[in-house]
Write a protein that binds this ligand. Structure first.
Ligand code: XBP
Ligand code: MG
Length: 261
């Protein structure tokens, strides 16, 4: 069985609940500044989160709701301008301490550092957003605790593509099986699994009820999880319910949470 060498954290929805009260109002402030009557309410934003990457999300929205603007020859320039403005608004919210870490995150990071478990980040959000969140919530040196920070446009394809996890693994110089990814969304889980990284899911405000098939474990939050729990989850060997072993001993299937006929 592979020993756990590194934890690879997702950011948005995992380290902190950043989407509803962080990224979303930042997008809306940028739209208002640009004189656009676009307003992403909580429900619409939840749908738009299927598209990872802020620039990609703006383009996706405009193509469907403002095709005249999306069809403009300078639309790509507008997207970059809107995203730069949005990031400035988001960083202000982070720096004001509006986006605290989720339960247990600071403690798990500390326990991992004490135990010599290496730390990395694999996120779709922009690098500046990661550094600001770590600084605001864990102090000025926190970004240096993460050996590798894979964020935003460093890879051509964003989650659910595996690119960002492969980018991080290459720089950690570790095999995927020696790591545990911690994610909040179906897109993030798919990215990790496609890269071969075992994944623990901690559901967030917008991801409750998504399909987390293939996750090592799914929890509501990490408020009561210890590093020992993460090591045990990393070592979990999931035997599918249809495995012959379960057919002969149904009680095992029940214990594993698989309904038996
Ligand atoms: C979540 C995302 C990001 C943020 C917005 O990333 O998809 O796009 O919503 O950030 P993850 P940007 O869950 O992988 O951390 O505007 O900087 O993209
Ligand atoms: Mg996320």
């Amino acid at each position: 069985m592979n020993r756990l060498h590194a934890l690879i954290f997702d950011v948005d929805g995992t380290l902190a609940e950043t989407e509803r009260d962080g990224h979303r109002p930042a997008f809306n402030a940028a739209f208002a500044e640009a004189g656009l009557d676009w307003n992403w309410d909580e429900a619409l934003y939840g749908d738009l989160l299927d598209i990872t990457g802020g620039k990609e999300r703006i383009s996706h929205f405009a193509a469907r709701h403002a095709p005249d603007i999306a069809g403009d020859p300078d639309f790509a320039v507008l997207v970059r301008q809107l995203h730069r403005a949005k990031t400035a608004h988001y960083l202000r919210l982070v720096d004001q301490g509006c986006l605290p870490l989720r339960p247990g995150i600071a403690r798990l990071i500390d326990e991992a550092r004490q135990a010599g478990i290496r730390l990395a980040i694999a996120t779709t959000t922009s690098p500046a957003n990661v550094e600001a969140l770590l600084r605001a919530s864990l102090g000025p040196d926190a970004a240096s605790w993460f050996e590798v920070i894979g964020a935003g446009d460093v890879v051509p394809a964003k989650k659910p593509a595996p690119d960002i996890y492969r980018w991080v693994l290459d720089r950690l110089e570790l095999p995927a099986a020696a790591c545990l990814a911690i994610e909040d969304s179906e897109n993030g889980l798919k990215a990790a699994l496609t890269a071969g990284v075992p994944c623990l899911v901690t559901t967030s405000e917008y991801t409750e009820g998504q399909d987390f098939t293939g996750a090592k474990e799914v929890v509501n939050d990490l408020g009561r999880a210890s590093l020992a729990d993460l090591v045990a989850i990393h070592g979990l060997i999931r035997i599918p319910a249809e495995h012959p072993q379960y057919q002969k001993t149904p009680v095992l299937a029940r214990q594993a949470g698989h309904d038996t006929p």
